[in-house]
Design a protein around this ligand. Structure first.
Ligand code: UTP
Length: 478
């Protein structure tokens, strides 16, 4: 057995991975064997070899113009956008309702990230974020899908992507919570793949303990391979969704509880334009804002990461003084299921990105565990937004952050994107909804609304008596 694995590893110069084999128990040897079998060493070697090839994004940045865009009805910024064709928001809402009422929309949540910045010892979806109820991120998302299922009269299929880092705890947690009211048959939990971390200096795969390879999830772009991966019966999660008649997949990430899941307005623009991939964006506050930039080149959309956008290009303005590259991605998308099906069959649809990181590892000569002080490793990740250039008629929809975007990224006490800021933003949004419905909310009173009570200001209006006063922490639920 050992010899067989060594021969396999020798082809790629990675036989050091078995250095501690003889000191491992049977089960540890089995686990290490499984990890080795899961790795595409030829791919890792090829990616390492090209680690210094300049990113294509510089060429794109030099030729970038602003993307075709629509504005969500709650956006007040008057800066005009370049559109594909005129569409009013009433037309968009009506088209969105139509596809929802015909049961053509499914939802996918990606929740495979390791959440290192947050430093919470469980999957991020289990973080209690409700400003009054302490509802978890998962509860917010599941209740939104359940609310939409009730509005539109069909069981919306809900796909949840985990990773080996989050899978078992997520599966147990969701089962224990009874899927927050969704039917188990409508929830499709699937696990994304991993990639090994390799030494920056040598390209050798790192061990993070004597019997374990330093593996991490292969990025949210791992969703494309994972959702189209066939099970033993020859069926993938995407097949199951398509068999149910799902043509559009609403995508969001686990960390943003403000996201308007299945927003008819967002869906409507997508459908009326005949887009295969539509993304929500926010207007950048300043040229070097740390968001992915969506741009157009030769009629195709691309994302340029903020770290790849040269400052002189980021600072370019239009004749009215507005930023030329203004559209910051917030990672909320609609994918046509046909696009996912088509691009999954093309190996180059999603390139790997390279990140230099500090990764703890075992020193092969001493067996000691080392915590590096500077970057010692390369990690490889795919990003789902790299599907944009493959999509026909891709377009963006501008949203306003107070109603759509407050991601949980950083630990307690951080100034931005922390538990405190997200709770504050949730309560501020719900206060606005209540005031808009005619209620009086005393300043700074924490308020929260379960999506099952109302998942939009329009539904809330039907449920709140004008003049109702909120002067103490309140959680509105059914
Ligand atoms: P981030 O890139 O912000 O990573 O993921 P993270 O795991 O939340 O946090 P850090 O960077 O380790 O602190 C954005 C979204 O993409 C998902 C995450 O779960 C989150 O919803 N994601 C990320 C995956 O599903 N898989 C991945 O491999 C990476």
């Amino acid at each position: 057995m050992k010899n067989q694995i060594i021969n396999h590893l020798k082809q790629y110069g990675q036989e050091h991975l078995l250095t501690f084999w003889d000191s491992l128990s049977d089960s540890e040897q089995r686990e290490l064997t499984n990890q080795i079998e899961s790795i595409d060493f030829a791919l890792a070697a090829q990616l390492y070899e090209h680690r210094n090839t300049p990113a294509e994004s510089l060429t794109i940045a030099n030729r970038a113009s602003d993307p075709p865009a629509y504005k969500f009805s709650t956006v007040t910024d008057p800066t005009p956008c370049k559109t594909r064709k005129p569409i009013s928001f009433q037309e968009a809402i009506s088209a969105g309702h139509d596809v929802l009422c015909h049961g053509k929309v499914g939802v996918i949540l990606v929740a495979g990230g390791q959440g290192t910045r947050l430093g919470f010892p469980h999957p991020k979806g289990m973080y209690p974020i409700g400003p009054v109820s302490e509802a978890t991120l998962f509860q917010f998302h599941f209740e939104k899908v359940l609310a939409a299922s009730k509005h539109y009269g069909y069981q919306i299929p809900y796909a949840i992507m985990t990773s080996p880092a989050t899978h078992h705890e997520t599966v147990d947690f969701l089962a224990q919570k009874n899927y927050f009211g969704l039917r188990k048959d409508d929830v499709f939990i699937f696990c994304q793949g991993t990639m090994p971390a390799v030494s920056l200096e040598t390209g050798k795969v790192l061990l993070n303990s004597k019997g374990n390879i330093a593996l991490s999830p292969d990025g949210h772009g791992g969703m494309l391979a994972a959702i189209t991966q066939k099970n033993r019966n020859g069926t993938s999660v995407l097949d199951c969704l398509q068999q149910r008649g799902i043509e559009y997949l609403f995508y969001n990430q686990v960390d943003n509880p403000l996201v308007r899941i299945c927003s008819p307005e967002f869906l409507g623009y997508h459908v009326l334009i005949g887009s295969e991939l539509t993304s929500q964006v926010i207007r950048k506050r300043f040229p070097t804002d740390k968001v992915g930039n969506i741009v157009e080149v030769d009629g195709r959309l691309y994302v340029i990461e903020y770290s790849d956008l040269p400052e002189e290009i980021a600072r370019q303005t239009n004749s009215n003084g507005s930023l030329k590259i203004w559209a910051g991605s917030i990672a909320v998308h609609i994918f046509n299921t046909a696009l996912l099906d088509r691009t999954s069959k093309i190996a180059t649809s999603l390139p790997f990105h390279i990140a230099r990181k500090k990764v703890p590892f075992v020193d092969i000569s001493s067996g000691e565990q080392i915590k590096p002080e500077k970057e010692n490793a390369i990690k490889f990740e795919r990003f789902i937004f790299d599907l944009l250039p493959s999509a026909e008629n891709a377009v963006v929809v501008e949203v306003d952050p107070p109603n759509h975007y407050a991601p949980l990224k950083n630990a307690l006490g951080s100034l931005t994107d922390s538990p405190e800021t997200v709770k504050h933003d949730l309560s501020a949004m719900y206060s606005d909804w209540l005031r808009n419905a005619g209620a009086v909310v005393i300043t700074e009173t924490p308020v929260e609304i379960s999506p099952l009570f109302a998942d939009s200001p329009e539904y809330l209006k039907q449920k709140i008596k004008k003049g109702t006063v909120f002067d103490k922490p309140t959680y509105l639920q059914n």
